[in-house]
Write a protein that binds this ligand. Structure first.
Ligand SMILES: Nc1nc2c(ncn2[C@@H]2O[C@H](COP(=O)(O)OP(=O)(O)OP(=O)(O)O)[C@@H](O)[C@H]2O)c(=O)[nH]1
Ligand SMILES: [Mg+2]
Length: 195
């Protein structure tokens, strides 16, 4: 996908705020700070469409980005930020759960994990949730520029083993900084959304 037009179309905490229409949606899920917003900017060739790195764990809303009027990339709030209170965590859960369980045009999920670290227990719980939902999904291993390319395959295998991924689930190393993985991720998104 050679993206030329992408725009922020909605910010929401509940279904009333979701955008209207029937465009297919792909949701980004992952720990706070893993690189969800950066991935959206990378995939839309934009510098600042999605806000990056401003106080991790504070983004408690869902942002929707229309891409070429063909699909919507959905930036979900991140989990696992150490400093959130129990009530904030519950709020996160409600926002994300409501979206993932009820959004009919959600066609697939991109789960992000940092290539440098083994998926955490929360990642494992999230992944099992994704499996239960039964939607197509891929794993993006972010910040691939932070480790030498010669280690990528080993680290990907470790991610695969920790999450106990089925053989058909792709794990794609991506670097938003070095612009690596663009066509690989878009190719999977196109398959998932059938666009
Ligand atoms: N080196 C490197 N840094 C990255 C990459 N992607 C994101 N980052 C950095 O990681 C930090 C977090 O990125 P975000 O995109 O804001 O992460 P997020 O998952 O949206 O975080 P929350 O909104 O808090 O859930 C920022 O400082 C980014 O610049 C990457 O590919 N390489
Ligand atoms: Mg973000």
């Amino acid at each position: 996908m050679n993206v030329k037009n992408a725009e922020h179309i909605a910010t929401a905490v509940s279904p009333e705020g979701y955008p209207n229409g029937n465009l297919p949606e792909i949701a980004m899920v992952g720990r706070s700070n893993v690189g969800k917003s950066s991935l959206i900017n990378f995939l839309t060739k934009s510098k600042s469409l999605a806000k990056v790195g401003n106080t991790p764990g504070k983004t408690r809303v869902i942002n929707f980005f229309n891409v070429e009027n063909k699909l919507i990339l959905v930036d979900l709030p991140g989990y696992g930020y150490a400093k959130v209170s129990e009530s904030e965590r519950k709020r996160w859960e409600k926002i994300v759960e409501t979206y993932l369980n009820n959004r009919s045009q959600l066609c697939g999920i991109i789960m992000l994990v940092d290539i440098r670290h083994l998926p955490t227990e929360l990642d494992e719980i999230m992944y099992r949730w994704i499996i239960t939902m039964g939607k197509p999904h891929i794993i993006v291993a972010t910040k691939a520029d932070k480790v030498s390319r010669s280690h990528h395959q080993r680290l990907i295998n470790e991610i695969r083993r920790t999450l106990d991924l089925a053989p058909g689930v792709p794990v794609i190393p991506v670097s938003a900084t070095r612009k690596m993985g663009y066509s690989e991720v878009w190719s999977e998104i196109k398959k998932i959304c059938m666009i």
